[in-house]
Design a protein around this ligand. Structure first.
Ligand code: UD1
Length: 389
């Protein structure tokens, strides 16, 4: 039997946590007796959508991801620019590499661009984290998910709700496999390391220039952590200002606020002149984007998480940390309180945020672990791919 050549694609921060365990699964397979007849040749391509050290390189180092074979250096730009440049660059790569499988992950622009080109060139595509749906087409990620899933030959889902979504869309059942959540593999592998990190040290070493750490204030009675970066929350002044006012007027009355700031959010806060008043508040700790382990440590210690990220909804669910998701919908409904998780959708309107915040301030949450979120998803992904031909 011939070796299996897999080309996998990463582009932006959330991809890195998902590729790390997949590469480890390949290494484990290649060093097992099972591989004596057939090895996996793996080529990693980075599109370069995220390029800052703190948004990209630090994750490679920390999660032990090998240097990509190629970086397409796409960088920032409009969606058309990012997707178009990725397509042009990736077309050359795939023509040259001729893989057996192209593996794409999640829902970023790299996922869409490379799955379209792979199919146009006649290659098989496997989508890891298929079937998530927010049913909100104003989210760029939802468009990326729908197109990628429609084109994929193999759709590996993190939960049964996602498998059902695909069946409802008419995707043949034979292409769909429920494998579990690959990000939880990285979460599981990182829990111990994260728990050994000193919180004050993380805060001190990642402070954004101009932000001060109030050493008189203890974190012992809890802190609220926040991360926001979605265009729906940060691109309009009136929305972002309302969120900032809630944080400064309500949250910091009682708790310290730990805020790792995404580059897009930093830019918007400066542009809308909101930055000055946040920096002045002694109970706000403003941080550069954190590494995966650092962010996990911050999450583990938080009383409440406020976020618009996808991955944090899942991590909070498994940890039992109340998560207020600042969106009107989620593609990860398995994490919601009605399904046993710790996640509540609060959107970005003050009234709903305040009501949910006051509710979770006082309640205890239980950890919840959906089926197959067990740390072994990457191995199942590889097994399914190798069984295909
Ligand atoms: C992208 C993903 C989103 C994911 C997020 C995590 C898409 C459509 N969106 O959104 O799903 O949740 O990554 O971070 O792919 N920037 C830097 N340095 C970097 C990268 C970006 O300064 O290394 C700045 C640029 O000014 C850029 C802005 O951040 O314009 C936004 O970056 P972009 O890659 O366009 O999208 P994200 O908002 O990060």
């Amino acid at each position: 039997m011939q070796n299996c050549k897999i080309l996998s694609i990463v582009g932006a921060r959330p991809n890195f946590m998902k590729i790390a365990p997949f590469i480890k699964a390949i290494e484990k397979y290649n060093s097992s007796p099972q591989s004596s007849k057939r090895k996996v040749e793996h080529i990693l391509i980075h599109t370069g959508q995220h390029y800052d050290v703190r948004m990209s390189e630090s994750f490679f180092k920390e999660l032990g991801i090998p240097e990509p074979a190629m970086n397409l250096e796409i960088g920032s730009g409009s969606h058309a620019e990012q997707i178009g440049s990725t397509m042009i660059a990736f077309e050359k790569v795939i023509k040259d590499q001729k893989p057996d499988w192209v593996v794409v992950l999640g829902d970023v622009n790299a996922t869409l661009a490379c799955s379209v080109i792979a199919k146009k060139e006649g290659y098989k595509v496997c989508h890891i984290e298929a079937g998530l749906r927010s049913y909100d087409l104003s989210m760029p990620e939802e468009i990326n998910r729908i197109v990628t899933d429609r084109l994929s030959d193999l759709l590996l889902t993190p939960d049964l709700i996602s498998s059902e979504n695909l069946i409802k869309e008419g995707i043949p059942q034979g292409k769909i496999r429920f494998v579990g959540n690959i990000m939880i593999d990285t979460f599981e592998a990182s829990l111990h390391k994260a728990s050994t990190l000193d919180l004050w040290q993380i805060l001190k070493s990642s402070l954004i220039e101009g932000s001060k750490l109030n050493i008189n204030k203890s974190l012992d009675n809890g802190y609220v952590a926040i991360t926001i970066h979605r265009p729906s929350n940060v691109d309009k002044k009136e929305i972002l200002e309302q969120i900032v006012d809630f944080l400064l007027q309500e949250v910091t009355k009682e708790f310290m606020l730990v805020w790792p700031v995404h580059p897009r959010t930093l830019k918007q806060l400066n542009m809308f002149r909101l930055w000055e008043k946040i920096v002045k508040n002694k109970n706000v700790v403003l941080l550069e984007p954190l590494s995966y382990h650092e962010m996990l440590r911050v999450t583990m210690g938080a009383r409440i998480m406020m976020t618009d990220s996808g991955g944090l909804q899942e991590e909070c669910c498994v940890l039992g940390i109340p998560c207020l998701t600042m969106r009107n919908n989620t593609e990860r409904p398995i994490t919601l309180t009605e399904n046993g998780g710790s996640n509540i959708l609060v959107g970005n309107k003050l009234e709903a945020i305040t009501t949910a915040y006051n509710f979770v301030r006082l309640c205890e949450c239980k950890p919840s672990r959906p089926a197959l979120w067990d740390g072994h998803t990457a191995e199942r992904c590889l097994e399914v791919i190798l069984k295909q031909d």
